[in-house]
Design a protein around this ligand. Structure first.
Ligand code: NDP
Ligand code: OXD
Length: 316
């Protein structure tokens, strides 16, 4: 226990600069930066991103783990993950970043951004056919907090929107499918596929050649488009390249990759019909995410329930 009477916090972050997280968490609690704090009995909460294995299981009085991101697959990679509640990020700031990214990528593909950039390099003055938004169906795999937020804006822009979820989850104005049985119908009605799924045992590798082949290829855009901002291990990159080469896919935007950073040798870097961003669709900004984390810790210590909890059996 710290001098303030509040439980200590372990900050265990790899791949991020933890400085800002440390400073902001420290405004209200004693914070221990891993590798300090091993087996410290005064640590009640852990704030983590890709924590080292078995660090959390060594803490005897850990009450809850907070992920600094919306995705929690990084946590489940730890074989010693203790059986305490896991809180993930659900925050308007992060949702807005993702909403912007999805709308940006859908509009860029819809308005032939890739073709115009190539034409500009060749100084070519040519206007390709421009289908109206209403002639294009955007299908979103994963209609959770982020998928539904993107769907709302796409509907307002006039696109037809399809959604696919694990459980039945209707949304007004969206044609909804769920479960493996619903997948063929969803794909057959989709021109631009947006992937916003979590990475779980059920979803790993789901975006493969077989799935991509089921998208609607004869469409107003002149081919199917893939946008993945969920997780890289949802996709099979060799299958995506094959689908591009065979004309099954017209264009692709990828924010996430099987291996990150994307290796220099990956053909995705230089493919003319692929747009790459470095896992930057929706950043976790500590200025917006730390205050609700601290508020949750305070509430938990007052005996109130935690919110935005991960369903461990579903894996997200
Ligand atoms: P949510 O948990 O709110 O939503 C997940 C959605 O995926 C739900 O609709 C869920 O279905 C669906 N789903 C899960 N498993 C399956 C399955 N087996 N079959 C069909 N549908 C499934 O998550 P968020 O919307 O907050 O985030 C989604 C993901 O986005 C994160 O897990 C993370 O991987 C990624 N992400 C990427 C970022 C980036 O910068 N690239 C930033 C933030 C997040 P149901 O509704 O039935 O539960
Ligand atoms: C997240 C991410 O899960 O940034 O929040 O990928």
């Amino acid at each position: 226990m710290s001098q303030t009477g509040k439980g200590r916090v372990l900050l265990s972050v790899t791949g991020y600069d933890p400085k800002r997280w440390y400073e902001l968490l420290s405004t209200e609690r004693d914070v221990v930066l891993e590798p300090e704090g091993a087996r410290d009995p005064s640590i009640r909460y852990a704030v983590v991103w890709k924590q080292k294995p078995n660090v959390l299981s060594a803490l005897p009085n850990l009450r809850a783990v907070f992920s600094v991101g919306a995705g929690v697959d990084h946590l489940f990679a730890d074989p010693g993950l203790p059986d305490v509640p896991i809180v993930r990020v659900v925050a308007e700031n992060l949702t807005q970043y993702m909403r912007e990214y999805i709308v940006w990528r859908v509009l860029d593909h819809h308005r032939q951004g890739i073709q115009y950039r190539a034409q500009q390099i060749g100084k070519i003055w040519d206007e390709p056919y421009q289908p109206p938004a209403g002639d294009i169906s955007v299908g979103i795999m994963g209609m959770g907090h982020l998928g539904r937020a993107a769907a709302g804006v796409l509907l307002n822009l006039g696109f037809s929107v399809n959604g696919w979820t694990r459980t039945e989850r209707p949304m007004e104005g969206v044609s909804c499918w769920h479960g493996r049985d619903g997948l063929p119908g969803f794909l057959a009605a989709t021109d631009i596929l947006v992937v916003l799924l979590p990475l779980t045992h059920d979803t790993r590798g789901i975006v493969d050649y077989r799935l991509l082949s089921q998208l609607r290829q004869k469409n107003a855009l002149g081919g199917a488009v893939l946008i993945n901002a969920g997780r890289g291990k949802l996709q099979r990159e060799t299958d995506i390249l094959r689908a591009l080469d065979e004309g099954i896919l017209k264009e692709v935007s990828l924010d996430v990759f099987e291996q990150e950073p994307l290796p220099e040798t990956s053909p995705l870097w230089t493919h003319p019909n692929v747009f790459v961003t470095p896992h930057a669709a929706a950043t976790s900004d500590p200025a917006h995410l730390v205050p609700p984390m601290l508020a949750q810790m305070d509430a938990h210590e007052r005996g109130e329930p935690l919110t935005n909890l991960v369903n461990r059996s579903a894996g997200y």
